[in-house]
Write a protein of this length. Structure first.
Length: 153
């Protein structure tokens, strides 16, 4: 028997994560409001992601982990973007050392020190990826080579 973990998107834009052994029935319960709780108060709901597991224990374990994730990390999972899932798995302070292009500090007038200024050269650039909150904003990776000393043998 298979067990499923699923993520629903509620009408308020928030995600609900659950698990079940009958996915079709459970989604129907959520959509009809018969499954009382968070989703019944935020209808309609849309199934965004699901994965099957061989045991209820594994499904419950996955559900509990996903419930603790940020909205941005859940969105990366839904999109299958494992690079972003990995990025959001790190604490925000550790993410900063891996990327360049965004300053987390503010200068004396309260504006970001490295914030791009709009001009004709930046207006033609592609729009940044969707981000659920400024804390979760992806920043460009440092692509400069890592210099290492050769190991002596």
């Amino acid at each position: 028997m298979a067990f499923y973990v699923y993520i629903l998107k509620c009408a308020n834009g928030k995600y609900y994560t659950g698990h079940t052994d009958n996915l079709e029935k459970r989604i129907g319960q959520h959509q009809s409001g018969a499954f009382e709780g968070y989703t019944s108060e935020h209808l309609p709901v849309t199934l965004m992601w699901t994965q099957d597991f061989p045991s209820r224990y594994e499904a419950l374990d996955a559900e509990m982990k996903i419930k603790g994730w940020s909205q941005a990390k859940k969105e990366a999972l839904i999109k299958g973007d494992w690079g972003r899932v990995s990025f959001f798995a790190k604490p925000p302070k550790k993410r900063l050392g891996e990327h360049l292009g965004v300053s987390t500090g503010l200068d004396t007038n309260g504006s970001a020190t490295n914030a791009p200024r709009p001009n004709s050269s930046t207006s033609a650039q592609a729009a940044p990826p969707f981000v659920s909150s400024p804390v979760e904003a992806p920043i460009e990776p440092d692509l400069s080579p890592i210099i290492t000393k050769p190991r002596s043998t």
